[in-house]
Design a protein around this ligand. Structure first.
Ligand SMILES: Nc1nc2c(c(=O)[nH]1)N[C@H]1C(S)=C(S)[C@@H](COP(=O)(O)O)O[C@H]1N2
Ligand SMILES: [Mo]
Length: 333
């Protein structure tokens, strides 16, 4: 019998992935070109339309993208939260702009310029339902999330499986604190997370039926209760901008970035291991555990080193992204 190998769109996308250096050079050339013609205001508009690309964005545009169509996130008075001195990057902090300009949020686009596609997304009002195997299931609105938990700021390293990395200060509270409020039952072994599912607000979610929407992730209950496991409501001392996963997302600094699910609407305690988005889409490349591990190869990117957003500085990948003292005991060899 004949074997058909069906190439899935996300595999195509990754194999066509433009090497960073090429992309950066192209961007640099475009910027220089626009600068050279931009001295004549009339020519600038013409140049933009002639070469079919947009002007380089300003920091303000990137950080406020989509805000004109949305109510501002409430809770400003809770930011910035007190810093937890236990967490340090051990390297330079990524700039706010660099972190907000380059990201992954597949509901909106498979490109990195998520901030250009988030105009219709409405993170206010919002509710997170926590249910499943617990004694006290509850739904939390934004006010509850800002007021009823101990908000703090933590400097964390963050590592995408595509090998880019960043260092940013998240504001949030531990998932452990939330789990205490709902009181898991003894047969709960896992925690499942689900993102919003509103095609009318998210272009790729609307158009690309080949993905297993909605985006879902999961942890073992032990991982969920780990000191590092953060539910973030802010970054850089302010409520999360849309592209970072407004209004609430997970942050797991010892795992690849795809585990840190954005814009969460449901958290469910389960007995069995829950299905997850990337693991379902491409199981050979995306495991359930997905800890940062230089020695476990990935079919698309060598995992032995990483590069920092903004500076492009390279570092060797460290097991558990350097957080072994917090999580090493969870994964006996
Ligand atoms: N809902 C949802 N969450 C998501 C993603 C996504 O596509 N959808 N991408 C993940 C990936 S691959 C990464 S690397 C991080 C990026 O987070 P950042 O944009 O804050 O850097 O978000 C993760 N969370
Ligand atoms: Mo990622």
């Amino acid at each position: 019998m004949m074997q058909y190998h069906i190439r899935r769109p996300w595999q195509l996308h990754e194999s066509r992935h433009t090497p960073e250096s090429v992309w950066n050079n192209r961007r640099q050339h475009r910027r220089e070109f626009l600068q050279s013609v931009g001295r004549s205001a009339a020519a600038a508009g013409l140049a933009g339309s002639l070469i079919g690309c947009r002007e380089p964005a300003t920091e303000e545009e990137i950080l406020s993208a989509g805000s004109e169509t949305t109510a501002p996130l409430p809770g400003a008075e809770h930011f910035p939260a007190p810093r937890n001195p236990m967490f340090e990057y051990g390297r330079e902090e990524t700039s706010r702009r660099d972190a907000a300009e380059y990201s992954n949020f597949y509901e909106f686009t498979t490109s990195k310029e998520v901030w250009r596609y988030i105009g219709d997304f409405q993170p206010v009002p919002w509710a997170v339902t926590v249910d499943g195997l617990c004694r006290n299931p509850q739904t939390f609105d934004l006010d509850d999330l800002y007021r009823n938990f101990t908000l703090e700021e933590r400097d964390y390293r963050f590592r995408c499986v595509e090998t880019w990395a960043m260092c940013v200060p998240w504001t949030g509270f531990t998932l452990r604190e939330l789990l205490q409020k709902v009181d898991p039952l003894p047969d709960a072994n896992y925690v499942a997370f689900e993102t919003f599912d509103r095609p009318e607000e998210a272009p790729t979610r609307r158009k690309s039926t080949e993905f297993p929407w909605p985006y879902r992730e999961g942890l073992s209950l032990e991982e969920a209760r780990n000191e590092l496991t953060l539910l973030a409501t802010g970054v850089f001392g302010q409520p999360l901008p849309k592209q970072h996963g407004a209004p609430v997302r997970l942050v797991l600094p010892w795992k690849y970035g795809f585990k840190s699910i954005k814009s969460i609407v449901r958290i469910t305690l389960t007995k069995e291991r829950p299905p997850t988005f990337w693991n379902e889409a491409w199981p050979d490349a995306y495991g359930f555990i997905a800890n940062v591990e230089p020695d476990i190869p990935h079919p698309s990117w060598p995992q032995t080193s990483e590069w920092m957003l903004g500076t492009r500085e390279r570092h060797e990948t460290v097991r558990f992204n350097g957080y072994g003292e917090f999580v090493g005991h969870l994964y006996p060899a």
